[in-house]
Design a protein around this ligand. Structure first.
Ligand SMILES: Cc1ncc(C[n+]2csc(CCOP(=O)(O)OP(=O)(O)O)c2C)c(N)n1
Ligand SMILES: [Mg+2]
Length: 601
């Protein structure tokens, strides 16, 4: 029978009808029909990457930028398993993504037989992915394709979002469908949390009654993205704001009462603020250990903590573990902001002038941990100063993807975010080698929009092949390499815990790195080198004036530290380099002496 629509054509059409305009992946025996259909579809683009891991990261970046589901197509076996690290990025950061994996033909599936494989490259993809997807299903009947895709999309987007996987045996990919007769799955409408209005009103009253409130903005406000609605809310509820790294781009750098980051690698000011607040309102943050530090009982211990989250488990997990979550509002963040929009009309602003005055004193008196800029002949630049100058050249609508390690820390702590910019990373899974592949996905999601991918030399080594993808498509990506010729963050860990006994963290201790600027040039990129403090601004200007992809090799001091940082076992307000205890006591005392600035004396 050769009538009806080919199943893979239906799949691609379906994706298109749901707003997915792009697929990422690599060909292979069990994926050729899917790609054949994708390549023929006028509304769906394809990006073939150098490694399937990058495809999953690209799909992840695609969603973060556009809010539309990213999709991957890969072959069975190694194609499918290579997706894993990228899928984990989406799972732990609540990013919807659809993995379409090819599989051996149904008559070659091993089924219950006591063997490892029957079909060539046969792999039990579903069980591998079951713990890091919200839905993983193998198509067994071609007529179920519509309902399987309906379920996959519904699951990916429902509640706390996440990735899904559909495994399609090769023979079924070629099946012909009577598309009008396909059964469908209609997901139940997501009911709004009952009693939400009363909970939101009560929360606003608690803010009105507090003396030292803070609101923490987390990544849950970005998946799906609620920045516009959030900013409206915050214009009506003006209290000090703390940000998790995943919440960095929710408000611009100069937003009223913005304090900034807190946590293990966060700012000292942020840590002082959360440790002395009397009310902490967490919006879409799970309060990861990187935020609380290891000593949970000392975290925000003077505060009543309220969490608003789409995942009840994230709010209950502290029970019996040292942090008391006084109030839990379980709802979608969109529903919270919708409800709050009405409720804020009755909001009475608290008098927090003494609290604001205290925060300003702390801001002025806490160490900023910014090293002085190295002399020009040092051969490298300071990472903090570099990021501040990078902020000056980024476009108003720049999308910044960041990798992991020192480069992530220095960037998050120093970038001055503008209102239309995005700042993205795989916040919770933090694999090396994310930024460039995710940037490729971002470029497909928002064609023409300027993208900067910040990466370390260690991270770039893991996705070096993707430079070819960037060049092939002439993507408008500026790759900014923080080249400290080492795994900088790991060096510091070994210094802190193992007396600096380096193992596999730089060439001297056994790590092979590349001559990255030569490699980038050989792969066809324009290369700009930066190694002198005085040249940072002009060279950056030069690099950003070049249209299309550019590789910017920035020499960073191999001994540059990630400061401030919390050593495990210490309370949040005393990061390394440690402050003398009398200095901490004096800063704490500001709290009791600060008065309303209008009434001082
Ligand atoms: C895939 C993967 N392997 C190992 C790690 C552990 N790890 C975290 S950061 C890092 C070193 C990163 O080096 P580099 O990219 O050069 O960043 P730097 O700290 O020097 O800026 C390592 C090994 C990881 N996060 N991901
Ligand atoms: Mg490095």
């Amino acid at each position: 029978m050769n009538q009806g629509m080919k199943l893979t054509d239906y799949v691609i059409d379906y994706l298109h009808s749901r707003g997915t305009t792009h697929v990422f992946g690599m060909s292979g025996g069990a994926a050729v029909h899917l790609f054949d259909s994708a390549a023929k579809h006028p509304g769906v683009g394809t990006t073939f990457v150098a490694h399937e891991q990058s495809a999953a990261m690209a799909a992840d970046g695609y969603y973060r930028v556009s809010g539309r589901m990213g999709a991957c197509i890969v072959t069975s076996g190694p194609g499918a398993t290579n997706l894993l690290t990228g899928v984990c990025c989406s799972y732990y950061d609540s990013v919807p993504a659809l993995m379409l994996t090819g599989q051996v033909a149904t008559h070659r599936l091993k089924g219950e037989r006591k063997v490892r494989q029957v079909g060539f490259q046969e792999t039990d993809t579903l069980s591998i992915y079951s713990s890091v997807t919200k839905y993983a299903e193998q198509l067994r009947d071609p007529n179920q394709i519509a309902s399987v895709l309906d379920s996959a999309f519904a699951e990916a987007e429902a509640g706390r979002p996440g990735p899904v996987l559909v495994d399609i045996p090769d023979d079924l990919q070629r099946a012909r469908l009577d598309t009008a007769a396909l059964p469908r799955y209609v997901a139940p409408a997501q009911a709004r949390t009952r009693g939400l209005t009363a909970q939101v009103q009560s929360l606003l009253k608690q803010i009105s009654a507090s003396k030292r409130p803070v609101i923490v903005l987390g990544g849950g406000l970005s998946t799906p993205r609620q920045a516009g609605e959030l900013r409206e809310f915050l214009k009506n509820v003006e209290v000090p704001l703390l940000q998790t790294w995943a919440g960095l781009d929710l408000i611009p750098h100069d937003w009223k009462h913005r304090v900034g980051t807190f946590g293990v690698y966060g700012s000292r000011l942020g840590n002082f603020v959360i440790q002395h607040a009397d009310l902490v309102v967490c919006l879409g943050t799970r309060l990861s250990q990187n935020l609380t530090g290891g000593m949970l009982s000392t975290f925000a211990s003077k505060a009543r903590i309220v969490m608003v989250d789409a995942d009840q488990g994230e709010m209950d997990k502290f029970d019996g573990h040292g942090i008391e979550i006084a109030e839990r509002i379980h709802c979608l963040m969109g529903d919270f902001l919708d409800t709050a929009k009405v409720a804020v009309k009755q909001f009475v602003a608290p008098d927090i002038r003494p609290w604001l005055a205290t925060i300003e004193r702390w801001r002025a008196e806490l160490p900023d941990d910014i090293p002085i800029e190295p002399a020009d002949e040092a051969g490298f630049v300071d990472a903090h100063h570099f990021v501040r100058q990078l902020s000056d050249v980024l476009a108003d609508d720049e999308i910044v993807f960041i990798d992991t390690g020192g480069n992530l820390t220095w960037t998050c702590n120093n970038l001055r975010v503008k209102p239309g910019q995005r700042v993205l990373s795989a916040w919770n899974f933090t694999p090396m080698g994310y930024a460039v592949p995710a940037g490729i996905g971002g470029a497909a999601a928002a064609p023409g929009r300027p993208i900067t991918c910040i990466t370390g030399d260690g991270g770039l080594q893991l996705c070096l092949g993707e430079l070819a993808t960037v060049v092939r498509h002439q993507l408008p990506i500026k790759i900014v390499l923080f080249n400290n010729h080492s795994h900088g963050i790991q060096k510091q860990t070994l210094e802190t815990w193992l007396d600096g006994n380096y193992a596999g963290v730089d060439p001297a201790s056994g790590l092979g790195l590349s001559d990255f600027h030569s490699v980038a040039r050989a792969m066809g990129l324009s290369v700009v080198n930066i190694s002198r403090s005085s040249e940072v601004a002009p060279r950056l200007k030069e690099a950003y004036a070049i249209p299309g992809p550019v590789f910017c090799n920035v020499e960073i001091n191999p001994n540059q530290k990630l400061y401030p940082v919390l050593k495990s076992g210490a309370p949040l307000e005393n990061q390394m380099p440690l402050m003398p205890s009398d200095q901490i006591d004096a800063l704490r005392a500001v709290l009791t002496t600060s008065k309303d600035p209008d009434n001082v004396g």
